[in-house]
Design a protein around this ligand. Structure first.
Ligand code: MTE
Length: 313
């Protein structure tokens, strides 16, 4: 999320769809440009990978069109793989997603190591279509496949002392070479208050578009919290710790004036480098207004009653 080229503004960025098709556009030249919309191109965007069985579908994006598979899987923030948006898709092969275990620790009835296959057997998979908003002021509509985080929390039986949950990404600089550079203090850590984690919208994803989650999107297990900025959605989770104290999350620890623990989408509180009032939906040209809590205010605002959301950003 760091601004590597502070002289560039959002307006300078090539729209993703154009970027993805740059080779085709270059090869065809002006004469061929009118044939850009032929069906073979539509094919390029078809979801790929192993299909998952989805028990039910829940639409939570007000019927808005889905962001294309190519954009969701080709324009990523995954700093352990690369610090630009396009490389994670190309380099995700270095991440080995099997075998994969998630260690459950801290204030729970029984700390344990859970194999990802066991986790997948515990919960029927759902599709959740969510609006997603990145702190860099772009957004997408994504059909996630996974299960409610609340179901896992309930099954793990936290003790009465558990007030927060910390999540941790795999630390393995061979598989995630970005960890050889000190961009953040690795491993990536994120966290939620326990009442946020058990809110029905909080989700653990194992897939996209009904297919197994690609590495660049956080395979095999990542968090999805649609009313918060995208950086809360920690990828490739290997540890879940129930604790009394607020976790020291990676971005908030590295730049406390820029990134808070809560990170609720809030058009009234700007990031020092990005206005949060508007956003560019990937695939669209005109920017749109950002909604408080990313449009989920009715469902989540009660979690924050009595809190100053300017201070607790
Ligand atoms: N998780 C890890 N481990 N490392 C990261 O760099 N980037 C975050 C979040 N989760 C990140 C991460 C940010 S800034 C965003 S916007 C989302 O992942 C992007 O998710 P996507 O690539 O699936 O859209």
């Amino acid at each position: 999320m760091r601004s590597w080229r502070p002289d560039l503004t959002e307006k300078d960025v090539t729209p993703k769809e154009t970027y993805l098709r740059r080779r085709e556009i270059l090869q065809m030249g002006a004469a061929g440009a009118t044939t850009l919309l032929v069906p073979s191109l539509a094919k390029a965007g078809e979801p790929q990978g192993q299909q998952l069985t989805v028990a039910r579908k829940i639409e939570k994006a007000g019927g808005e069109g889905l962001t294309s598979w190519d954009s969701v899987t080709g324009y990523n923030n995954f700093y352990e793989l690369a610090s630009d948006k396009e490389s994670p898709a190309r380099s995700a092969g270095s991440l080995k997603v099997r075998p994969w275990t998630v260690s459950v620790e801290g204030e729970v009835k029984q700390p344990q190591k859970i194999d990802i296959e066991t986790l997948l057997r515990w919960f029927p998979l759902e599709e959740r279509i969510y609006r997603m908003r990145c702190v860099e002021a772009w957004s997408m509509v994504i059909p996630w496949t996974g299960f409610p985080l609340a179901d896992l929390v309930k099954r793990l039986e936290p003790t009465s002392r558990a007030r927060f949950i910390a999540f941790e990404t795999l630390f393995d600089p061979e598989q995630l070479p970005g960890q050889k550079r000190p961009l953040l203090s690795w491993p990536y850590i994120e966290g939620l208050r326990i009442d946020e984690a058990t809110h029905p919208l909080a989700f653990l994803s194992v897939g996209l578009y009904g297919r197994v989650l690609p590495g660049q999107n956080g395979a095999p297990l990542r968090l999805v919290v649609p009313w918060k900025y995208g950086f809360k959605g920690i990828k490739s989770i290997v540890r879940i710790t129930f604790q009394e104290t607020q976790p020291k999350t990676a971005w908030a620890a590295s730049q406390p004036s820029e990134y808070g623990f809560y990170a609720n989408v809030n058009p009234e509180v700007d990031h020092p480098r990005w206005s949060q009032a508007r956003e560019r939906r990937i695939g669209e040209f005109l920017r749109r207004k950002t909604l408080p809590f990313n449009g989920y205010a009715d469902e989540v605002v009660s979690l924050y009653s009595g809190m100053d959301l300017r201070k607790n950003f």
